[in-house]
Design a protein around this ligand. Sequence first.
Ligand code: CA
Length: 227
Amino acid sequence: MATRILVVEDEPKVSAFIRRGLEEEGFEVEVAYDGPFGVRLALGHAFDLLILDVILPGLSGLEVLKAVRAQDQEMPILMLTALGTTQDKLLGFDGGADDYLVKPFDFVELLARVRALTRRRNRGEAKGNQLNLADLTVDTAAKTVTRAGQAIKLTAREFNLLELLIRHQGRVLSRGEIAEHTWEEAFDAGSNVIDVYVNYLRNKVDKGFGKKLIHTVVGMGYVLREE
Ligand code: CA
């Protein structure tokens, strides 16, 4: 069965570009050109992924997100934003988006996120509020972490970092991406704050357990995966 994707994007050039590319990759794509129609399609049909622009006629992308999430907590949602400010991204995530992409983007970037989000759904890794990898479980509602059945205490910042890594498990996240998603305030590009927090997390999540899950990819960033 083909993976079905709904694209809510009012700019014909952008929606045509996304549709063409995804169809070539074997996805089934429908497009809505305004917010209200987007909500109707999203809730009325079984889509495996919603790609949602932020600036739309009728209802904004964030309003669409809210309306969809009120009735469907499971469908993965990828936000497209030209705004590019951290505050807007955070608003998107608070509203229940799974990932975002800043315009303009390369198709390969979009495809990588589409694959990650639809794969996660197909594998059923997200059970309600729980995200799993090997014997590690992160409950995003209760804000608890267990490894091999053992509770692990994390600070809020460590938890956010781990949630980001486990949501994107298997994908290498650059320090820039981690900073954008996890830190509200800006800090020096030369700062090693991300590395420091990854080390805190390693000490709590990996140390003393047989299998390491947090990996450094030299020159690129960090990834959570089973090796
Ligand atoms: Ca738009």
